[in-house]
Design a protein. Structure first.
Lengths: 198, 260
């Protein structure tokens, strides 16, 4: 059985996993049925997965269900992860976001959410939730979101965190479809470059 | 108001899962044949992953045991079947139809009569069938091959052949009306260390990623479609580390001014 070499755990390790806990490598082991590797992957993934599910779905019980489905899917389909097509985190977050979207983007669900929320308020940059482990990430994202124009920022956050389709975003912001499409893309280009994503 | 929807502009919405229904289907179909969109979507997804990390929250502790318990009773999917390596001659035209290559270059797009384009397209489809392991991959291969054939058969298709500085020859078919090129190569040395040949569109002072050459068989690479060509663009090829880069990090080994 393939046992990943566990690094000495210290305070830095909480936010900076050593080479032995590289997520892509862990998923390689998970794909071969290594349950210990999956535990290590769970510990790295459960906070971003649950956090994103909570942000999009809002209801804590449903968010927990989404997180459970996603993490189980990571176990089930680890062999389908192809590291030449993107990072392991990106792969898992894509699964998470889609699962969360599936939950919210039905006609009744949308109506309920609008009823509960009144006029949806896009999260302001300093409304981005914090957790101790990801303070640095949250800071960076907050700063980069702050460098976008208001329309770019609102379009990106309504689409990603709000889980709205871009026509819905256009309706919410009272803008043309083409405008929103462009603002989302421009906003993402700025975020990508600001965050230094390669 | 443009008559044709600008599909390239949907990369952002797609990466954020903000596309639905027919538009989603249409874009995914487009994505199958658009390496620059694929590249952009990938970068946007990585960016979105950072957005997700910024809202990370510890889940209820009970989740851990529930998930680990479920894992012990859940079967895993096997890895996808690897594509069968293409037989070296499967996408070459039959020897009799190849022209006497007096210049010895051996490019496989010597003429662009409609009949030639049709043969090349049929052969490209055969390659796609060989490599497809699932129906989805087959559909994608067909969409890609249809897009390749459309460029080859376009009335304004023009062929340019150039030698690469490090060896080998690239044949580039440009269709200005389709804003796309199809690139195939012959004799370019296999790269070590996971490096790849990456294509770029150059305009003004900027370089836009246009895709990675697929791994070759018997020294030849299958046709690569790159769309999003602008008027006056040049096409360049560089050698980059595995996975490609967003900007060229090495000097081009090949540069082609695309016919307009």
């Amino acid at each position: 059985m393939n046992r990943p070499e566990l690094p000495e755990l210290g305070p830095a390790a909480a936010t900076d996993p050593g080479p032995g806990t590289d997520l892509a490598e862990l998923l390689g082991s998970v794909a071969r049925g290594d349950e210990e590797a999956f535990e290590a992957a769970y510990d790295q993934l459960c906070r971003p997965v649950y956090g994103l599910a909570r942000k999009v779905v809002r209801d804590p019980a449903q968010a927990e269900e989404v997180a459970q489905e996603v993490l189980l899917e990571v176990w089930r389909t680890a062999a389908r992860f192809d590291r030449s097509r993107g990072s392991a985190l990106s792969w898992v977050m894509t699964i998470t976001h889609r699962r969360a979207i599936d939950r919210v983007r039905s006609a009744t669900a949308a109506a309920e959410r609008e009823q509960k929320a009144g006029r949806p308020v896009p999260p302001a940059p300093d409304g981005v939730a914090e957790a101790v482990e990801s303070r640095l990430d949250a800071e960076r994202v907050r700063r980069c979101l702050g460098s976008l124009t208001e329309l770019q920022r609102e379009s990106v956050t309504l689409a990603y965190y709000g889980g709205y389709s871009y026509p819905q975003v256009a309706t919410l912001l009272g803008a043309a479809l083409g405008t929103i499409k462009t603002r989302i893309r421009d906003g993402l280009i700025r975020m990508r470059d600001c965050l230094g994503v390669s | 108001m443009p008559r044709r929807p600008d599909l390239h502009g949907l990369t952002g919405a797609y990466a954020l899962d903000a596309l639905d229904g027919l538009e989603l289907d249409r874009f995914e179909h487009h994505l199958a044949g658009c390496p620059s969109c694929e590249h952009e979507v990938r970068g946007f997804r990585e960016t979105a992953a950072r957005l997700a990390q910024a809202v990370a929250l510890p889940p209820p502790p009970a989740l851990r045991q529930r998930v680990l318990g479920a894992v012990t009773v859940t079967r895993q999917l096997p890895p996808p079947a690897p594509p069968a390596p293409p037989a070296p001659r499967s996408w070459l035209r039959p020897a009799a139809a190849r022209p006497a290559a007096a210049d010895g270059r051996g490019g496989w797009f010597p003429r662009l009569a409609a009949a030639v384009a049709a043969v090349a397209a049929a052969v490209a489809i055969a390659l796609g069938v060989q490599q497809a392991a699932t129906q989805h991959q087959l559909d994608q291969a067909r969409a890609h091959n249809a897009a390749v054939a459309a460029v080859l058969a376009a009335p304004d298709a023009r062929l340019v052949v150039r030698r690469a500085a490090t060896g080998g020859v690239a044949s580039v078919v440009t269709s200005a009306s389709r804003h796309a090129v199809v690139v195939s190569t012959s004799g370019m040395p296999a790269l070590t260390g996971g490096k790849v040949y990456e294509l770029w569109f150059l305009s003004g002072g900027t370089a836009r990623p246009a895709g990675l050459l697929p791994p070759g068989a018997a020294g030849r690479t299958a046709p690569l479609l790159a769309s999003g060509v602008g008027h006056g663009d040049r096409l360049a090829v560089t050698i980059e580390p595995a996975g490609g880069t967003r900007q060229p990090t090495t000097k081009p080994i090949l540069m082609v001014t695309l016919p307009t």
